[in-house]
Design a protein around this ligand. Structure first.
Ligand code: PAF
Length: 281
């Protein structure tokens, strides 16, 4: 039976008992507004661990835009229902004062530039907010494994960097992006799109597929120019499209056997991101 908890002491008592019995703890941090993408991550954690904790916390520190934070969808009742349905062991709603107590010290270590590129360049301070909350959540949940979706590819690399730098004893597991049948990457922000905008947003996945298809055949700069041109005449406004190294996120100047295409664009007020792994044939 799933339990909903808000109190860190109660959560830790349960986790310590679970660990004392030699069981593994899988952890899925979320900001709620759950969709099939989250549920796929939850299912993987359930499959690979004896006990699964899902946290739901909309972290103001990682929003660099007050409006975006205010409008972020909040669907607590539905989330609880969906997680109970998946048989999650604990649904954790942490309290802000427990995550960031008065003695809280901002984490200060270098992310080796990962936080400055792509999303980091467009949303200054975003990843500092992410690592602070993820670190605080790890201290609360003490997981064996933590699960993150590939849709936030840069977040996965940054959390992995934090784990390595702080020598945390948690294994990060990346779970593939879940897409709607038409290809749109599932995201909590999609719920802010109209039906028409959801159609228009498909240009993101179309561009990524175009880049994937052309990666082996077309010179990089030409490929990017042709891909960006596909955004013209659509209702979307491109923030960035880059083909980057899959570990450093540095834009490629020459082709590598594997790379990642990352894209971000505004669809009305809503900022959408997506990415695709590229393999040279
Ligand atoms: O990916 C998210 O939903 C958030 O960035 C996370 C990892 C839950 C931290 O707030």
């Amino acid at each position: 039976m799933s339990r909903c908890l808000r109190d860190v002491a109660k959560l830790q008592k349960i986790i310590k008992n679970v660990q004392f019995e030699g069981c593994t703890v899988g952890f899925v941090p979320t900001m709620g507004a759950l969709h099939e993408g989250h549920l796929a991550i939850v299912r993987q954690s359930k499959k690979e661990n004896d006990f699964t904790v899902v946290s739901v916390y909309v972290n103001s520190r990682q929003f660099n835009n007050e409006e975006d934070f205010r409008k972020y969808p909040r669907t607590e009742e539905q989330d609880i229902k969906a997680l109970k349905n998946e048989g999650v062991d604990v649904i954790y709603f942490p309290r802000t004062r427990a995550l960031f107590s008065q003695e809280f010290m901002p984490l200060k270590f270098s992310l080796d530039g990962l936080d400055k590129r792509l999303e980091g360049a467009s949303r200054p301070g975003h990843f500092q907010g992410v690592i602070e909350v993820v670190h605080a959540l790890f201290l609360h949940v003490m997981p064996t494994r933590a699960y993150f979706g590939q849709k936030d590819f840069q977040q996965v690399l940054i959390v992995q960097k934090m784990i390595s730098k702080l020598k945390l004893k948690v294994e990060l597991v990346q779970v593939p992006t879940v897409r709607a049948r038409n290809g749109l990457a599932l995201s909590s922000r999609n719920s802010r799109l109209t039906l028409e905008q959801k159609e228009e947003a498909l240009v993101l996945v179309r561009i990524l597929r175009f880049v994937k298809e052309g990666y082996s055949k077309v010179p990089l700069s030409q490929l990017l120019t042709q891909a960006k041109a596909q955004m013209k005449g659509t209702a979307l406004v491109l923030d960035y499209l880059d083909i980057v190294d899959k570990t450093t996120l540095i834009p490629l100047t020459s082709k590598q056997p594997q790379a990642v295409a990352c894209i971000a664009a505004f669809c009305g007020e809503v900022r959408l991101i997506d990415n695709m792994l590229l393999i040279a044939e």
